[in-house]
Design a protein around this ligand. Structure first.
Ligand SMILES: [Zn+2]
Length: 104
């Protein structure tokens, strides 16, 4: 009887862990497809200061805040910049792309 309860407990823990991992994977995938995550989905901005504003609003798939470590032009794109960011919780690196359209 105790053996059966033990096996049931192990199965329950396994099911819960698998569900959590699946949710994390889906969350990560969804976040990687969001605006600014690739040159094709670059966030259009009119002012370089908006990069910081955009980065501050972003969250990692673990729900941690991200901060910009560096910012650089994107090779092959004349008006694009990439902000290389890191999650303060899990230290995962994220890249956000910005297309800069100056108004003047
Ligand atoms: Zn994270």
């Amino acid at each position: 009887m105790i053996g059966l309860i033990f096996v049931g407990l192990i199965v329950a823990v396994w099911v819960v862990t698998n569900r959590r991992k699946k949710r994390e994977r889906e969350n990560k995938k969804k976040k990687q497809q969001g605006p600014g995550r690739s040159p094709e989905t670059a966030e259009i901005i009119y002012d370089l200061k908006k990069i910081e504003v955009f980065v501050r609003r972003q969250r990692c798939h673990c729900n941690g805040r991200v901060y910009a470590r560096a910012e650089a032009p994107v090779p092959g794109y004349s008006n694009m910049r990439v902000a290389v960011c890191e999650c303060i919780r899990c230290e995962e690196v994220h890249r956000f792309y910005f297309e800069i359209n100056y108004l003047n």
